[in-house]
Design a protein around this ligand. Structure first.
Ligand code: GLN
Length: 284
């Protein structure tokens, strides 16, 4: 059987099982350890039995065991980088790429050319911290997570990309005590505890990285109530959050930083997804 026929058959099977047909090519590339272009060059070659066997094993896990493709492949593309992921970290989301992008824009607007200290609280795979460090050499990034297992993944990614991020283990603000930052970032767990979450997510991704208390606001409260001593005189706080939390985020920001400008940004789907707080002396 040729690769082409094999892919066709498996795509049909994926559709019949209500799964993504694009998974077939992704998994096949992973099994063959090749890139898309090379796979297309092979389309009319015979596919060998060993590859079929390896593919079927991983494809079965995708079709029937409800496993996310990123965990099966072991990587997830974020900001153009293939981050290592496993069951101990949240799979990076598109919205979070937008958080990174917006932080980079704001850096250019307010700190351009200056060296800045950046903190990423609850870093998971390290995707935010590492992308920022790679994209902006003037950012010195420190990242934390409460989970030792997550930090292992983040450190592997840091090595993979040679990113120079410092990692600290600990709960919320504690690991950063005594330091001061220009940019304080977090995409903490923010799904309300009782919200229905699809089983692909809930049964596979670490629940500690998903749920953020009764209203999904627990971690923003903890951060905003204690973060002041960790900020330099002029600093930006950047959060990702639930699409329906705009008003609550503004209220919370105004409670702890009454004199600061607050900006809520939409994601590409038009949902209120990020809040930036400008603490200190920003002209505008
Ligand atoms: N900061 C990490 C990410 O954006 C992890 C977030 C989390 O665990 N909630 O992917």
């Amino acid at each position: 059987m040729t690769y082409q026929q094999f892919i066709k058959d498996k795509e049909k099977l994926a559709i019949e099982n209500e799964k993504e047909e694009s998974s077939v090519v992704l998994l096949l590339e992973h099994v063959c350890q090749i890139e898309t272009n090379d796979l297309y060059l092979r389309m009319f070659d015979e596919i060998d039995d060993e590859i079929i066997k390896d593919f079927n094993k991983i494809f079965d896990a995708y079709l029937y065991d409800n496993k996310p493709i990123q965990y099966l492949i072991g990587t997830s593309c974020f900001y153009g980088y293939d981050f290592i992921v496993n069951e101990n970290v949240l799979i990076p989301r598109y919205e979070t790429e937008e958080l990174v992008e917006n932080i980079l824009y704001r850096y250019d607007d307010y700190f351009k050319g200056q060296k800045v200290d950046v903190c990423d609280l609850a870093t998971g795979s390290g995707c935010i911290a590492i992308s920022l460090a790679l994209e902006e050499k003037n950012m010195k990034v420190v990242a934390s997570d409460i989970s030792f297992e997550a930090l292992e993944v983040a450190k592997k990614n840091n090595e993979k990309f040679n990113a120079n991020v410092e990692f600290l283990q600990g709960d919320m603000l504690k690991p950063f005590e005594g330091r001061r930052f220009d940019i304080f970032v977090s995409n903490p767990p923010y799904i309300p505890d009782d919200e229905d979450v699809m089983s692909l997510v809930k049964d596979n991704e670490p629940n500690i990285a998903l749920f953020g208390g009764n209203d999904g606001m627990k971690f923003y409260r903890i951060i905003l109530s204690g973060v002041k001593p960790l900020l330099k005189e002029k600093a930006i706080i950047a959060f990702e959050h639930g699409y329906d939390k705009k008003e609550e985020m503004i209220k919370l920001a105004n409670t702890y930083f009454p004199d600061s400008r607050v900006e809520v940004l939409k994601d590409l789907e038009g949902k209120d997804r990020m809040t930036f707080i400008y603490v200190g002396d920003f002209d505008e």
